[in-house]
Write a protein that binds this ligand. Structure first.
Ligand code: NZQ
Ligand code: ZN
Length: 388
């Protein structure tokens, strides 16, 4: 293992009816609150009313709303939120929604305390020194943003989507009531499942030695997801299935799997480039790209791909080479995602080769991306062309 330090300051409040905790948790950070939410799913589900009831019970509460945060949240919306906080001297942010809403709230939180353009923070030109405290009420199991410091923001004008991470943007608390995910439609539920599995892959395919515990943690997240996901897809309001997937998604990216290893993340960088240019759902993009990334790296490093298949898909190893096993693993990943209804090719989203070069360009940060097998521009182009 590499040397590491691990800190996770987020208080996780998990389970049925835990929204009742919002008032006391939020009140610790002030009574002038920015409530951030998305395109209206929380109004339809009734969660908005529950949250408002909690916030209004805080003595002298002043609540300002920022609604309409887009899936793949945009820099322009982040700037709106920064302005609202500054104009109204707000003290705390409550984000109620999926990854997009929470990521937007994190960028607002960091941007308020920064004198320059918040895009500097998103692109890593500046690091936040502090942030407005934020809490979250998660409505969709997918990104893990509820228990990490990451935020992914799209600059639509520049067709660029970038991620930053800071200790200052970990939520102070996150309320995870699986009942709040009952209304997530089937397609978004599938994207969330693909996303959480992809997060495990990004950390499982690391470039370090001797990390058996981290790998076994990852395998158990994958195995339980593969067991429960098909049942959930057929029974979207099942509490037991929703709670397993919700906790799996949180643990897939609360950085436990990252301890002591150099993680990869190339596929995420390529997906962010695809969705920056074409505005497709993140999990949909990953379902297409990850098997192609695995095919690419298995040409030179089939060992870990084979290990994944043996341990997670229980492949029979008799008489098979590492290359056979790696190929079988990739086939099993593809089949599993197809079986729950994930897309398989970029053409499923109407994407053709026309903007490949822009996507290659936007994928790159430096000469190579990823660490399991570092990819140069030509490698990224090959993966994208194979994904069409
Ligand atoms: O906007 P509303 O009306 O709330 O509808 C949303 C949105 O249309 C809907 N939804 C969410 N909860 C719902 C619901 N609909 C009905 N009932 C509910 N309970 O689902 C749609 C998608 O929501 P979104 O927040 O965009 O999905 P997700 O959680 O997958 O977040 C995706 C974003 O997170 C980024 C992605 O790149 C993308 O921008 N990521 C963030 C990460 C992080 N911060 O750690 C890591 C990830 O790898 C990822 O890159
Ligand atoms: Zn992801």
């Amino acid at each position: 293992m590499d040397q590491f330090q691990y800190v996770n300051p987020t208080k996780l409040i998990f389970g049925k009816n835990q929204t009742a905790a919002i008032k006391d948790e939020a009140a610790q950070y002030g009574n002038k609150i920015l409530l951030v939410y998305g395109g209206g799913s929380i109004k339809k589900s009734g969660l908005y009313d529950t949250v408002m009831e909690q916030l209004k019970a805080i003595p002298d509460a002043e609540i300002v709303e920022l609604s309409g945060v887009e899936p793949n949240p945009r820099l322009s919306t982040v700037n709106k939120g920064i302005q609202l906080i500054r104009e109204n001297n707000l003290e705390f942010i409550l984000a109620v929604g999926g990854g997009s809403v929470i990521d937007c709230a994190k960028a607002i939180a960091a941007g308020v305390h920064y004198d320059g353009d918040v895009w500097d923070i998103v692109t890593g030109k500046a690091a936040p020194a502090s942030a407005v405290p934020l809490g979250t009420v998660l409505t969709m199991a997918a990104t893990g943003t509820e228990m990490n410091g990451n935020s992914v923001i799209t600059n639509w004008e520049e067709k660029d989507k970038r991620a930053f991470s800071s200790i200052h943007t970990y939520p102070k608390f996150s309320v995870l009531d699986p009942q709040n995910t009952y209304t997530v439609p089937k397609d978004q539920t599938v994207y969330g499942i693909v996303d959480l599995m992809s997060h495990v892959f990004e950390q499982y395919f690391h470039a370090s030695e001797n990390a058996p515990l981290q790998e076994r943690f990852g395998e158990s997240i994958l195995k339980t997801t593969i067991d429960v996901a098909p049942k959930l897809i057929k029974d979207l309001e099942n509490y037991d299935y929703r709670e397993v997937i919700m906790l799996n998604a949180t643990f897939a990216l609360n950085k436990v799997l990252t301890m002591g290893v150099k993680t990869d993340w190339a596929t995420h960088m390529i997906e962010h480039a695809v969705s920056a240019v074409h505005d497709i759902p993140h999990g949909g993009g990953l379902a297409i790209l990850f098997p192609r990334w695995m095919e690419f790296v298995a040409q030179t490093k089939p060992e870990k791909v084979a290990q994944l298949g043996i341990r997670v898909f229980d492949l029979n190893t008799e008489g098979k080479s590492l290359n056979d096993l790696a190929a079988e693993t990739i086939q099993r990943v593809k089949e599993f995602w197809a079986s729950i209804g994930a897309p398989e090719n970029l053409s499923d989203y109407g994407i053709d080769s026309r903007e490949i070069e822009l996507m290659v360009e936007r994928s790159m940060v430096g000469d190579t991306i990823g660490s399991y097998v570092p990819l140069n521009k030509d490698d990224v182009r090959t993966i994208l062309v194979n994904s069409l």
